[in-house]
Ligand binder design. Structure first.
Ligand code: COA
Length: 332
């Protein structure tokens, strides 16, 4: 089917909580140390929300700032997609809460759960809405409040994650103008149990006993997940490069999911992209699940590395397993 339009990413914003949780803070909570965390992951600190704050606490200002940067009014938005696995509630969706708060009265709104690949999946969905001619302007948010599902007595997981949310405005533009060139999405459900929220839905609903046992916290067998992440991040990136016929020279910045510096480095190597083109902020905000890519895009913009015309490669891998990549030229 011929495309009605190309999806353009025209503005980005990111919001993280005030409170910093450093590796030194975690040393007082679990048997860990700064040297181990930095050498095994690249993380130095993460941000976490205050009591009573949820994803919408970050998502609403992220959405408002993004629209302001783009010079677009909330009433002109056709849709809001929030990628998350830790929304305010399962129902209503955080997208609905954002829609009401910002006054996007004509926008449809839904959450999309695809764990760490959530932002790439949500951006790809928005692209399909726009390329089909269905929508003109979609706000795509990605964020998670991982502190709400972390066991701060489990050193295997609590050091890895943080809270944050970002937003990107996607608009319809000329078919042969700048924008999203292509994307790939993949899944392999055989990895479902290795990285999960075991007590979070209808198969195993929470009970007082299960909550007391901590069954609602994130479970990850990190050592088993690691090689899958390395393999799939590299594979999907090189496949997409080959499919659309680009080389490393066509990538101005690589914006990868920030789960571990030791996963990011081999991905860049396999793509032939030098590390100075790779946007890294895992040291400051850790793994914010669906938030990593928009947070890193906002960081790139702040550092002057993301402007109209910048050629951007996005890639992510996460729970499920699900993974994906997207290539685009930024701006209007
Ligand atoms: N502090 C100190 N020691 C720790 C620790 C911590 N926070 N966490 C684990 N260890 C210990 C382990 O108990 C283990 O000790 P042992 O050798 O005596 O058994 C040792 O450190 C090595 O643990 P291991 O799990 O093999 O470390 P690793 O090098 O694999 O790093 C992860 C762990 C989680 C950082 C890494 O496996 C990872 O990044 N996995 C993939 C994450 C991912 O991409 N997820 C999908 C997207 S979210």
């Amino acid at each position: 089917m011929p495309k009605a339009a190309r999806a353009k990413c025209v503005a980005v914003s990111a919001v993280v909580p005030e409170k910093r949780l450093t590796n030194a803070d975690l040393e007082k909570m679990v048997d860990t140390n700064d040297e181990w965390i930095v050498s095994r992951t690249g993380i130095k600190e993460r941000r976490i929300v205050a009591d009573g704050e949820g994803l919408s606490t970050l998502a609403i200002p992220a959405a408002q700032q993004c629209l302001e940067k783009a010079g677009v009014s909330a009433e002109d938005i056709d849709g809001i997609i929030v990628a998350t696995v830790t929304g305010d509630y399962l129902m209503p969706t955080t997208a609905n809460i954002v829609q009401d708060a910002i006054g996007a009265t004509k926008a449809f709104a839904f959450d999309l759960a695809n764990a760490c690949n959530g932002f790439v999946a949500a951006l790809s969905s928005a692209t399909a809405f726009i390329e089909s001619g269905h929508s003109q302007k979609i706000l795509v948010l990605g964020g998670d409040i991982m502190s709400s599902v972390l066991n701060y007595k489990d050193r295997n997981t609590c050091i890895l994650f943080g809270d944050g949310c970002g937003a990107v405005l996607v608009e319809a533009g000329e078919v042969d103008g700048p924008g999203i060139v292509d994307f790939e999405l993949h899944s392999d459900g055989s990895g479902a149990q290795i990285l999960s929220l075991p007590c979070s839905g209808s198969a195993n609903p929470p009970t007082p006993e299960k909550l007391a046992n901590g069954d609602h916290f994130v479970f990850q067998d990190g050592r088993t997940v690691f090689p899958h992440a390395v393999r799939r991040m590299a594979e999907v990136s090189t496949n997409l490069m080959e499919k659309i016929g680009i080389t490393k020279d066509d990538v101005d910045i690589l914006v990868p999911h920030q789960a571990n510096l030791r996963i990011i480095e081999p991905t860049a190597r396999r793509m032939g992209v030098s590390m100075d083109k790779v946007i890294i902020n895992i040291d400051k905000v850790a793994n914010t699940t669906a938030g990593t890519i928009p947070l890193a895009l906002a960081d790139a913009e702040e550092r002057g590395l993301l402007k109209d015309g910048t050629k951007v490669f996005l890639v992510a891998f996460g729970g499920g397993f699900s993974w994906g990549a997207s290539y685009l030229t930024w701006g209007r």
